[in-house]
Write a protein that binds this ligand. Structure first.
Ligand code: HEC
Length: 147
């Protein structure tokens, strides 16, 4: 029994010695590795140089077969540019506190604001080719995300 205890404690010493060695040898190595990584890893660099926010006025993608674009499609191509991140003070999609007072005005009033533009939001959110029905669908989609 005593013999067994002795041998297991010398295994402990070996394990500790290996652990110390790993720390001493590999931690500096991995720090070196990090220093030279960006040369091969441009994804990372691309991510870091992204602008904080992008504002883009885009044309909404044309609807297939002349059908009206649905709210999600219009939101994704036009409205998201500001409302996903809150550019220019736009109430952020999903921010219930920011949306509650606006939703309270009723959906017709919101649609009207978007069609004619409001504050930093251009008419139709910049999607000049949107029909009123498409604007309405996009407002409903955005409100749905934020309730
Ligand atoms: C250029 C950025 C921008 C784009 C693009 C944009 N918005 Fe806005 N939106 C804003 C800003 C800023 C406000 C806040 C205006 C204010 O209250 O002064 C706003 C407010 C709103 C409101 C609240 C209006 C009110 O009366 O309180 C709705 C609804 C809305 N946007 C929907 C949309 C929809 C739908 C689209 C796409 C068709 C869109 N927005 C595109 C910037 C944008």
């Amino acid at each position: 029994m005593a013999e067994k205890a002795h041998s297991s404690s010398s295994i402990m010493y070996v394990v500790i010695a290996i652990a110390v060695l790993l720390v001493v040898v590999f931690v500096p190595l991995s720090m070196l590795g990090k220093g030279s990584a960006p040369a091969g890893n441009t994804d990372d660099a691309d991510q870091r140089i992204q602008p904080v926010a992008k504002v883009a006025f885009q044309k909404a993608a044309p609807a297939a077969g002349g059908k009206a674009r649905d709210g999600a499609a219009v939101y994704g191509s036009v409205c998201m540019a500001c409302h996903a991140s809150g550019v220019a003070g736009a109430p952020k999609a999903g921010d219930k506190a920011a949306w509650a007072p606006r939703i309270g005005k009723g959906s017709a009033a919101l649609v009207k604001s978007v069609i004619s533009g409001k504050g930093a939001m251009p008419p139709k959110g910049g999607g000049a080719d949107l029909t009123d029905a498409e604007v309405k669908a996009a407002v409903e989609h955005l409100v749905g995300l934020s309730k």
